[in-house]
Design a protein around this ligand. Structure first.
Ligand code: NOJ
Length: 564
């Protein structure tokens, strides 16, 4: 397997709006991030992924970009951004930028032109179609509720938007549009950035006929449907990514990670196989869907350990030696890992550390989402008016209209809503968690008095210090990065255990996933003469026999096993 800096790196994701406000307007900004670079260095991360900081009317918090080459006023200026890049590079860290090119904002100059007339030179930068019998061109639904089409009076046609109606989809089949995007990417790369995280990149190519999903001849359209089979891994996506790689990416020593909705490991290989020259990694969603029922994200079900094990094992095995995994347990679109997979009430420290152990000891590049390293949790705001996320607000209206009870809707927001991950970073026990001197754009989680960075830095046993140690270990032991993966005792109901192997070394990871004690027997056939305890979230006598282990609630242990 080829060694690469991005395989050996740990990435830290920043959601700028919620990270640190420097000027008291209640919105995080670039100077705020700059003021925390030493904190990131102390944690030991190698790369920062910055969620979008470009000019945007913020219908979807920056994922609706109106100018790809300028910085959002709320966040600062291009010179602040240059200072940030420089500050990272001086400290030996790297920066990857979010690339959001499946869609732009409807306030982008391209769209302003495109909507003017059917023969405007920018018309085909977007996807326009006439209506059908007075209805949308097809029955596709948007990811943010309602139809994926919006009617535009000016030219009496509809434009496609897979996300909000302020996020019109770009038409990747248009060569000139692709050229503009490549030039824009080159412009950022020439400023010295170290790569891109590519937003919903596997949706950029649509089946040109845009067929409906359940379309009947009837003019009454009963519902909107997920049109994924016509745009997930669409017909030209690999051709376009190979072109992008040839024209842009291959000219720089950078890392790329594509967000890839609904991909299987086999499909993912087509994006990340090293000989295909597309991307380095993708973010898949299988683990994030482990607690969703057939009704999708808001149809909440309890997750099963057996599913978590089988999903992770499948990806670890399928990409081994072919491509590279990205590892994440939460991000700005997901609930907090600790509330979702751990126990944020009875065992916050133990379970956060157990999950962190999983994140850092698999094959792949770990991505830490801001606040995860101090055990930030989900939030329960009393009223829907406290929420800001467009996905939540649209769903709330749609579900109410469909007859769901307010209580059940709020309950699913508490479990799955994206604002769980977007409450301001908790820096201290001061007012507003030390995030801002003003009024935060989204309320802080009331638990900030107990859970905050200041507190975490003081406590040698904190989740923060455990993350720091995990990151150090990854740097010291190649096996953690490059070793192969084998699941152990697959049927154990409470324990997730696996063995990594590289050369003569073996790494044993044992994780009790629940708040009940349990025991674990090492399966026969694992040969070693020496054991070294690398890390645990409990006090463990390093010499305790490991053939049979008694594990406390959420106990995690990592051993290096060697032949004498
Ligand atoms: C995925 C992003 O992570 C999410 O925040 C955004 O709403 C959609 N893509 C649309 O850009």
């Amino acid at each position: 397997m080829d060694k690469k800096w991005w395989k050996e790196s740990v990435v830290y994701q920043i959601y700028p709006r919620s990270f640190k406000d420097s000027n008291g307007d209640g919105i995080g900004d670039l100077q705020g991030i700059i003021s925390k670079l030493d904190y990131l260095k102390m944690l030991g991360v190698h790369v920062v992924w910055l969620c979008p900081v470009y000019q945007s009317p913020n219908d979807d918090n920056g994922y609706d970009i109106s100018n790809y080459q300028s910085i959002m006023d709320d966040f600062g200026t291009l010179s602040d951004w240059e200072e940030l890049l420089d500050g990272l590079h001086t400290r030996g860290m790297k920066l990857i930028m979010d690339l959001v090119v499946n869609h732009s904002s409807d306030e982008h100059a391209w769209f302003a032109e495109s909507r003017k007339s059917a023969d405007n030179p920018y018309r085909d930068y977007y996807i326009w179609r006439p209506g059908q019998n007075g209805l949308e061109p097809n029955d596709w639904g948007s990811f943010f509720s309602g139809p994926a089409w919006e009617y535009d009076e000016q030219t009496r046609e509809y434009f496609l938007h897979l996300f909000s109606k302020k996020q019109p989809d770009l038409n990747w089949d248009h060569p000139q549009l692709r050229r503009e995007i490549y030039d824009m990417m080159t412009w950022w790369l020439d400023k010295g950035i170290d790569g891109f995280r590519m937003d919903v990149i596997n949706l950029i190519s649509k089946v040109p006929e845009l067929p409906g999903v359940a379309q009947e001849s009837s003019s009454v359209r009963p519902a909107y449907h997920f049109g994924g089979k016509y745009f997930v891994n669409g017909p030209h996506v690999h051709e376009y990514l190979q072109e992008m790689n040839r024209e842009v990416l291959s000219k720089y020593d950078i890392m790329t990670v594509g967000e890839a909705i609904g991909v299987t490991p086999e499909e993912a290989s087509l994006y990340v196989a090293e000989d295909r020259n597309e991307l380095n990694m993708v973010f898949h969603f299988e683990l994030m869907e482990v607690d969703s029922g057939p009704g999708g994200k808001w149809d909440v079900r309890p997750w099963k350990l057996a599913d978590i094990k089988s999903i992770i094992s499948k990806w670890q095995t399928a990409l081994h030696g072919k491509g590279w995994n990205s590892l994440y347990l939460n991000n700005h679109d997901q609930p907090r890992m600790l509330s979702r997979f751990g126990d944020d009430i009875n065992y916050p420290k133990e379970s956060a550390k157990m999950l962190a152990t999983l994140l850092h000891t698999l094959q792949g590049t770990p991505y830490i989402y801001q606040g995860e390293e101090i055990g930030m949790t989900n939030v329960k705001f009393g009223s829907i008016s406290d929420y800001k996320d467009i996905e939540i607000l649209n769903m709330y209206k749609e579900y109410l209209a469909d007859g769901h009870s307010e209580e059940s809707i709020m309950n699913s927001i508490y479990i799955k809503g994206r604002d769980n991950g977007r409450t301001p970073m908790q820096w201290s026990a001061e007012l507003q968690a030390g995030f801002t001197t003003g009024t935060p754009w989204l309320a802080v989680n009331p638990n900030y008095r107990d859970i905050n960075v200041e507190q975490a830095l003081k406590d040698p046993d904190s989740i923060f210090h455990y993350y720091k140690k995990l990151i150090e270990l990854r740097g010291q032991h190649e096996i953690i990065v490059y070793g192969s993966y084998m699941i152990l005792a697959e049927d154990h109901e409470q324990v997730y255990a696996y063995l990594r192997r590289l050369g003569e070394e073996q790494l044993l990871v044992v994780l009790n996933f629940f708040g009940k004690p349990t025991s674990f027997m090492l399966p026969a056939g694992i040969d070693f003469q020496e054991q070294k305890l690398l890390i645990s979230n409990y006090d463990v006598d390093p010499l305790t026999e490991i053939i049979s282990m008694e594990l406390r609630p959420y106990e995690a242990r990592v051993y290096l096993l060697k032949h004498a």
